[in-house]
Design a protein around this ligand. Structure first.
Ligand code: TA6
Length: 287
């Protein structure tokens, strides 16, 4: 039992340490032994509240990304990040990594906000790399639409000095603006709010962080969109669990979200009996 009465799994092995909140199956912290700082970010103002995701690590957006397409009263980014998942016993792999599987399936509560039967399996492998596999299976009798994201918050030295590589030439929807479509030229850099859904890209992205002297590589399969987000000062101030303070550890200048998603043009349709898997690997390299 942890803060706010939430349940957490702590993983420690020779390669890394990690914390996973069973509410939302949210990896809230991952630090390979090779790194002096966690690779994931946690807001200094994170709120530990039942039914609310933590502003930390990797919340899972599922079965819709962003606002619900027709009903704004339903939770932003779906419900998977707000409910308790079932954890299986962890397994130690030959590599020295630890694997934890978590499960979520339809219940009265999920059927009330989304009328579809499903099984969602999440395999978290904690080692020098962090491997995440999210598999959705449609166990009902009708197809359903699916949009999703592993909404990863990465800790950086200062948002103004980082670059995100790997999206050169990709088309994006500018959600921070009026939703116009543009193409990326070169690296993504940050001097004001950035909120972009890059579509039709499976490319590996790299966060280059000269202050923390590392590169974080994000490679993926089964994800055709990449979302890049930093709220900048005004939007951060409007989020009670983030705030406007720029310079403190755990403030808005210390993270960038690079999210492995299927959203917008890449929304999926799953037939009865069909499964879909998103698999990502995060790896930090010192420079
Ligand atoms: O992925 C970017 C985004 O969709 C932004 O628009 C921003 O609102 C963010 O996610 C955080 O959403 P949340 O509901 O967790 O506050």
């Amino acid at each position: 039992m942890g803060p706010g009465g939430l349940l957490f799994a702590q993983i420690e092995n020779d390669l890394a340490t990690a914390t996973i909140c069973l509410q939302g199956a949210q990896v809230t912290r991952w630090q390979p032994r090779s790194q002096e700082e966690p690779v994931t970010f946690m807001s200094a103002k994170t709120q530990y509240t039942e039914g609310k995701p933590l502003r930390a690590g990797i919340p899972i957006c599922w079965p819709w990304f962003g606002p619900h397409p027709t009903d704004k009263a339903r939770p932003s980014h779906g419900f998977a990040r707000n409910v308790l998942w079932e954890a299986r016993a962890p397994a130690r792999l030959g590599s020295g990594a630890t694997q934890l599987s978590l499960l979520l399936s339809d219940s009265e509560r999920t059927l009330a906000s989304w009328p579809h039967r499903f099984i969602l399996e999440y395999r978290v492998t904690v080692g020098d790399a962090l491997d995440l596999e999210l598999t959705t299976t449609n166990t009902g009798n009708e197809p359903f639409p699916l949009s999703e994201a592993l909404h990863a918050y990465f800790q950086v030295g200062d948002i103004g000095s980082v670059q995100v590589l790997g999206l050169d030439g990709a088309e994006f929807v500018d959600t921070a603006g009026a939703g116009q479509r543009q193409h990326q030229h070169g690296a993504v850099t940050f001097a004001s709010e950035v909120d972009r859904v890059y579509v039709n890209t499976e490319a590996t992205c790299t966060i280059v962080d000269p202050l923390l002297k590392r590169r974080i590589h994000i490679s993926k399969r089964g994800s055709h969109s990449t979302v890049v987000w930093n709220p900048w000062e005004k939007k951060a101030a409007a989020l009670a669990d983030l705030g406007a303070a720029p310079a403190t550890r755990g403030g808005w200048r210390q993270f960038v979200c690079v999210e492995s998603a299927n959203a917008r043009d890449n929304t999926l349709a799953l037939d009865p009996g069909q499964s879909h898997r998103v698999a990502v690997r995060y790896h930090a390299e010192s420079i």
